[in-house]
Design a protein around this ligand. Structure first.
Ligand code: ADP
Length: 170
């Protein structure tokens, strides 16, 4: 089965979905951008669970391209899936790591039994990934997974991001 891909322009913290994906950093202890917004709106329960994960399984942090789930706190979701995108590099092709973020997030979503998953445009903020390339990788990777997730929703913060994803989601 290939999931239905949908596009929404807006704030991912306002979405209702089984799982909301966070573009986290490897510390799992919060940051700016979408990460900050998710923790602010989702409340302290999410950070508490992230801290517990740091203390148990991820003492050295979550590796780039990996994903792990926590509660969604006060968000209108059952889980937040935290994934660590790669920092874009002009000199090194890190696209396999960006693809891994989508693949691993959907693998975790499948383990949880999530049917709807909302993704931000991972790595396209502070991590500097060109939006068009990020959109292509996101859409191609999701299409290539054998996920049981029924709807993958890309939640794009601005017009430019929405337009980039719209080129690949038809
Ligand atoms: P990264 O460090 O992976 O680049 P950022 O959070 O800096 O993560 O940015 C990832 C993308 O998320 C950017 O395109 C940014 O515009 C977007 N973004 C920031 N806040 C939100 C939000 N509340 N909802 C959806 N997307 C957001």
């Amino acid at each position: 089965m290939t999931p239905t891909l949908t596009l929404v322009q807006g704030d991912i913290t306002e979405q209702s979905a089984d799982a909301i994906v966070n573009a986290a950093n490897s510390s799992l202890l919060g940051g700016g951008g979408v990460d900050g917004a998710i923790h602010r709106r989702g409340g302290p329960e999410i950070l508490a669970e992230c801290r517990a994960l740091r203390a148990s399984r991820y003492g050295k942090g979550l590796r780039t391209g990996q994903a792990v789930a926590t509660t969604a706190g006060r968000l209108d979701a059952r889980w937040v899936i935290h994934t660590v995108g790669p920092v874009h590099s002009a000199g090194e092709d890190r696209s396999a790591l960006l693809a891994s973020c989508y693949r691993e997030s959907l693998r975790v979503a499948d383990e949880l039994g999530a049917r709807t998953v909302a993704f931000p445009a991972v790595s396209t903020g502070v991590y500097g990934w060109p939006m068009d390339d990020a959109a292509r990788i996101a859409v191609e990777t999701v299409h290539a997974t054998g996920t049981a997730v029924e709807e993958v929703r890309f939640v794009l913060f601005d017009d430019r991001a929405y337009a980039a994803f719209a080129e690949y989601v038809r």
